[in-house]
Design a protein around this ligand. Structure first.
Ligand code: ADP
Ligand code: ADP
Length: 230
């Protein structure tokens, strides 16, 4: 199974000699197939938690386990392979490479990797899945925000990760476009079994996950199953 366990995760940042704790003793287990929202005020530690779970950042103390394996035992090469197998990331600002076409952006995570399938065909299939089959050769600057985020989702999925981590995925989009993106995440979760963990400021969106985690001052203050998800 694809559980993720956070055990007493702490993250401290030092600035001007003062230590701030972005995370304080986070204990949480994410279960296979979960569709989880993380909500909380700005500065409550949401992005930091997402980065540590995605192994983009290291905790100051505590342990992160993916499928019962402690991530800190991996060397940096193993960690890169681990990320490749397990994690896809999407961001509020899309973070596409501006000089690459949509198809090339989607293939970028596969660069230098041997895979059993045709990379270009995979990119085209993913473009079709996100409804952009006619945009393979477009540059990001030729796409709308919603289209760029769909390319970013396709890129995050190109290596078929077990988890998709999304930091304010609809934060930069108008509500109609945000809805399209959100429904795409729901479909991925329901039809492909991809675990989804997304950060949001929007209470209504948070309620549409199957599990809602609320953070405040580096701590989880509530963790509830949301019945509305179906
Ligand atoms: P959120 O995503 O909920 O807005 P963050 O995880 O970004 O919160 O930040 C949590 C706390 O950690 C904040 O006080 C923030 O200022 C601090 N923080 C985050 N990243 C850094 C960093 N790279 N250096 C110093 N402080 C940071
Ligand atoms: P670098 O880019 O400096 O090689 P990495 O991000 O690859 O840094 O990680 C370096 C080391 O940090 C890895 O060997 C790994 O053990 C540890 N590490 C990174 N992320 C985490 C995490 N979320 N939990 C525990 N250890 C981590």
């Amino acid at each position: 199974n694809q559980t993720i366990e956070c055990r007493k995760l702490t993250k401290a940042f030092k600035g001007d000699g003062v230590e701030t704790f972005a995370l304080k003793n986070i204990d949480v287990t994410l279960e296979e197939g979960d569709f989880i929202s993380i909500i909380g005020p700005s500065g409550s530690g949401k992005s930091t938690l997402l980065s540590i779970i995605g192994t983009l950042d290291e905790p100051t103390s505590g342990e992160l386990l993916h499928e019962q394996q402690p991530v800190h035992k991996l060397n940096s090469r193993q960690l890169a392979d681990f990320r490749f197998e397990n994690i896809g990331f999407i961001f509020q600002q899309f973070h596409l490479i501006p000089t690459l076409t949509a198809a090339e952006n989607i293939m970028a995570p596969l660069f230098g990797r041997k895979v059993s399938y045709d990379k270009k065909q995979r990119a085209l299939d993913l473009l079709q899945m996100v409804g952009l089959q006619d945009k393979a050769n477009s540059l990001p600057s030729q796409l709308s925000g919603g289209q760029q985020q769909r390319v970013a989702i396709a890129r995050a999925l190109v290596h078929e990760p077990k988890w998709l981590l999304a930091d304010e995925p609809t934060g930069n989009l108008d509500s109609e476009t945000g809805e399209v993106i959100f429904q795409l995440l729901q479909t991925l979760n329901k039809e492909k079994g991809c675990g989804v963990l997304f950060v949001t400021h929007d209470p209504a969106l948070a309620e549409r996950a199957n599990r809602k985690i609320e953070m405040r001052d580096g701590e989880i203050v509530s963790d509830t199953q949301v019945s509305q998800y179906a």
